[in-house]
Design a protein. Structure first.
Lengths: 194, 73
């Protein structure tokens, strides 16, 4: 089966017909974007793994119950579930994220760059710390919009609905985030190598 | 058009969230106005920097998800 050419919707149909490998492909296809957005919000590896698993358990339950009606928008739908679980977690904790990875359990161990060229990877490894740091330096509301739009592929309208603000506010947060990121990139002298 | 609305439009254009007419107008502005062109290039570079990093979940998490699904079938 040429899974790379099969759409998310076709994989969902195949999964609901009993093909477990279709789910495996869906997870494989979207796991990094979903996990990155969760991790960048909670900033704790263990918690991010738990929320990541809970997200897909909810996805599976919803699919199996026949309640998936987001044809063509699988990734944004999963991102919304992940985001809601993150919000639920912090609502229970009654605080925003403060925890960070410990040195012995560093997120660096599982970082993966899209470009697999060895030389590029070495160079990009050097800038990775700065990139991760600069996203973490953003105010929570700006970081949330950046992650939902770039990793979750949610439109600004969907982000506005998910975060209970107007479209203009979510767009404004993105604008400020990009201005801030640009400033931090300049301050840290980060040069994109691809 | 002020600086904020230009950047707003460029952001929406980058993510394909502008209507057809505004898309054409924005593309024309990028092509004809050096400052707008530079702004759009910086926008692409900033977003590209963010996109260059992806974090891999643990294999254990993937196995747990797939095992949960199998347990239901």
């Amino acid at each position: 089966m040429q899974t790379a050419q099969i759409s998310d919707n076709e994989l969902i149909v195949s999964y609901l017909q009993g093909n477990e490998s279709a789910l495996s492909e869906l997870v494989k296809r979207h796991k990094r974007k979903i996990f990155t957005s969760i991790y960048m919000l909670v900033r704790n590896r263990e918690l991010a793994e738990d929320i990541f698993q809970d997200t897909f358990i909810k996805v599976i339950n919803t699919l199996k119950a026949g309640n998936y009606h987001e044809e063509g928008k699988f990734l944004p739908w999963v991102s919304r579930i992940a985001h809601n679980l993150v919000i639920d977690h912090f609502r229970k904790q009654k605080r925003m994220p403060l925890s960070h990875d410990t040195e012995e359990y560093s997120i660096m161990d599982n970082i993966r760059f899209k470009d697999d060229n060895v030389q590029d990877r070495m160079i990009k490894q050097q800038i990775h710390d700065h990139v991760k740091q600069l996203i973490e330096e953003l105010p929570d509301e700006q970081r949330e919009v950046v992650l939902m739009r770039i990793y979750g592929n949610l439109s600004f309208k969907e982000i506005a609905e998910a975060t209970n603000v107007s479209i203009n506010t979510s767009l404004g947060r993105m604008r400020y985030a990009l201005i801030n990121l640009r400033r931090i990139i300049k301050e840290h002298n980060i040069v994109l190598t691809n | 058009m002020d600086e904020n609305s230009t950047l707003n439009n460029l952001i929406l254009y980058y993510f394909n969230e502008l209507g057809m007419t505004d898309s054409v107008l924005t593309q024309q502005a990028i092509d004809s106005n050096f400052l707008v062109h530079e702004e759009f290039e910086m926008l692409k570079e900033t977003i590209g920097t963010i996109q260059s990093v992806e974090i891999e979940p643990a294999e254990k998490s993937i196995c747990s998800i797939l095992a949960y699904s199998k347990s239901l079938s």
